[in-house]
Design a protein around this ligand. Structure first.
Ligand code: FAD
Length: 533
């Protein structure tokens, strides 16, 4: 310890020490003083003692280490010797105003090391008052916090960098804690809040992901394994458009930073969820899909028209065949010699007729059947509306499409259901065109109630008279006498509905136009589609 400092402390500091009774002799006083001086001298913080004008009277070892100055360099000098002069003047004003009013001041200043190098000082200055309450000295204590400040700034900069990277990302991102609380998100994610009309889109997608992945979700979460390419169809507000999102997720572990967990090895698990809008790609795929469907449906229509023609012909042949059979029965009843020849001829005709019918039946082509699977009727109706887009536009028909949000699936054949709805919508368009109603409207909606899914297809055409309601599902019945329709469309429609264990009927309550109501049982493990209204 330097001698002047020791002298100074002896002269000034000893007065403020309270000695215990047991240490009242001068040896004990000396011992306490020595201990006190050593403590200050070796304290691991830069300590300086100044007079009222900041003239340095004492510095400890740590002060010399931090500033680079030896005691001889600074004793008698003003503390401003340490100032880098980049500290704003206002700081000094505040500092002096505080300490002059007998309060401690604490703050950060830029100091200059003897070598000229700047460092950041975390400084506390406390006034020392005498017995009369007047300030006699100041004690300054400071630490070089350059390294921790730099580290802190680095973390902040890294955070800003990460934030700006994720904000400029073309993918919506959100970080959730293990209670599904949003911890961090980016601009694109925030935009989804209004776009999808959901207060927290992440919760919405989490529900879909968990529903779809079930126990796989838990498994991945437990093993911190991610997932990718989980695609969801989202009906936007009012059913005016569909958006597609591809979801990917990754779990990561973070060590707890709170003081509570300082000695514990607490970890927190977070999920980073990314939501990529793949609507454009999907629209492209959908356009190709619709093109393929158009070809398939055209082929299907061709097959159906051959079927209808052959079935019509069989139906037509059946009538004279029945008459011949009736005639044969009559002749058999009053059998005599001269009738035998005629009976033989009739039997011959019947045999050839049956052969012809059998041959024709063999020629009736089968309709292509796709395998049964969970089917989303919103998707099927959406596709059929796209297939009909040209026709709807040409005839200026306004479509009111109201799909139910979160529509559950039914179990069925996509292909057959497409044929069913295409038939019903074809009929509706034809009815709208023929009607004299200038208000051309086609309205389609999906609903659920209990375990049933309902589809309603209503048109603004002339409707079907009540006395014909029971006939329309009969083969070869048509209300369009002049048209070239064979009257088999609704027969096939009913057959398809039956195959799906559903019901189809006309809503008799509707006054204007015609409304078909269909109901289907819901598929038990239904995967949900997403839509918003
Ligand atoms: P100065 O002219 O010294 O002062 C700036 C302003 O402070 C002036 O406008 C004036 O209003 C006010 N002021 C200055 N002296 C007094 C006073 N005696 N009474 C009332 N107001 C006054 N500064 C550092 O930069 N680094 C340090 O590590 C540091 N440690 C200090 C430790 C102690 C114990 C004390 C008492 C002061 C310390 N200071 C420190 C402050 C230092 O004394 C200077 O005030 C400061 O460095 C600014 O110096 P300057 O020459 O630029 O301006």
């Amino acid at each position: 310890m330097n001698k002047s400092a020791l002298q100074y402390l002896k002269n000034h500091t000893i007065r403020n020490l309270t000695l215990t009774d047991s240490l009242s002799d001068s040896d004990a006083e000396q011992e306490t003083l020595r201990l006190f001086v050593e403590t200050v001298e070796q304290a691991p913080i830069a300590i300086s003692i100044t007079d009222k004008k900041a003239k340095i009277l004492y510095v400890n070892e740590e002060f010399c280490r931090v500033t680079g100055y030896k005691p001889a360099d600074v004793l008698g000098e003003n503390e401003s010797l340490l100032s880098d002069k980049t500290t704003p003047r206002q700081m000094y004003h505040n500092l002096w105003r505080t300490i002059s009013s007998k309060k401690s001041w604490q703050g950060q200043l830029v100091n200059r090391h003897k070598s000229g190098q700047r460092y950041l000082a975390d400084l506390t200055i406390a006034p020392i008052v005498n017995a009369l309450g007047a300030i006699t000295h100041y004690i300054g204590m400071h630490r070089d916090i350059t390294a921790s400040h730099e580290a802190e700034k680095k973390v902040i900069n890294q955070k800003l960098l990460i934030e700006s990277v994720i904000n400029s990302s073309p993918i919506a991102m959100v970080v959730l804690d293990d209670n599904d609380r949003v911890i961090l998100d980016n601009q694109l994610y925030k935009a989804l809040v209004s776009d999808l009309d959901k207060s927290e889109p992440a919760h919405f997608f989490l529900r879909l992901l968990r529903d779809e992945m079930e126990e796989v979700w838990m498994d991945l979460q437990d093993h911190n394994q991610g997932f990718t390419n989980r695609e969801f169809r989202v009906e936007t507000k009012g059913g005016h458009g569909v958006r597609w999102f591809s979801c990917a997720g990754n779990w990561f572990i973070e060590n707890e930073i709170s003081a509570d967990a300082f000695f514990a090895d607490n970890q927190k698990k977070y999920l980073i969820l990314t939501l990529t809008d793949i609507t454009k790609q999907r629209q492209h795929i959908e356009a190709l899909h619709i093109q393929t469907l158009k070809t398939l449906m055209a082929e299907d229509e061709r097959v159906r028209s051959i079927r209808e023609t052959l079935l019509g012909a069989i139906h037509q042949i059946q009538m004279p065949m029945n008459q011949i059979s009736a005639a044969e029965q009559i002749l058999l009843h009053k059998r005599d010699e001269k009738n035998t020849h005629l009976i033989n001829i009739l039997q011959q005709i019947q045999k050839s007729g049956k052969n012809a019918v059998a041959k024709m039946q063999d020629c009736v082509p089968e309709i292509y059947h796709s395998a049964e699977m969970p089917v989303n009727l919103n998707q099927i109706l959406h596709e059929v509306l796209l297939l009909e887009a040209q026709s709807l536009l040409t005839h200026n028909i306004e479509v009111q499409w109201r799909p139910l949000a979160d529509l559950p699936n039914i179990l069925g054949s996509e292909n057959r259901l497409r044929i069913l709805f295409k038939q019903l919508i074809d009929n509706a368009i034809a009815a709208i065109i023929q009607a004299d109603n200038p208000d051309k409207q086609l309205s389609i909606c999906t609903q659920t109630e209990a375990d049933l899914l309902y589809v309603r297809i209503a048109d603004s055409g002339n409707g079907i008279p009540a006395d014909k309601h029971s006939k329309i599902f009969e083969p070869f019945y048509t209300t369009n006498k002049g048209s070239n329709t064979a009257g088999m469309g609704l027969v096939i429609a009913k057959e398809i509905v039956n195959q799906h264990h559903g019901l189809i009927d006309i809503d008799r309550e509707v006054e204007q136009g015609c409304c078909f109501q269909l109901s289907f049982p819901l598929h038990k493990n239904s995967r949900r589609e997403v839509s918003h209204d």
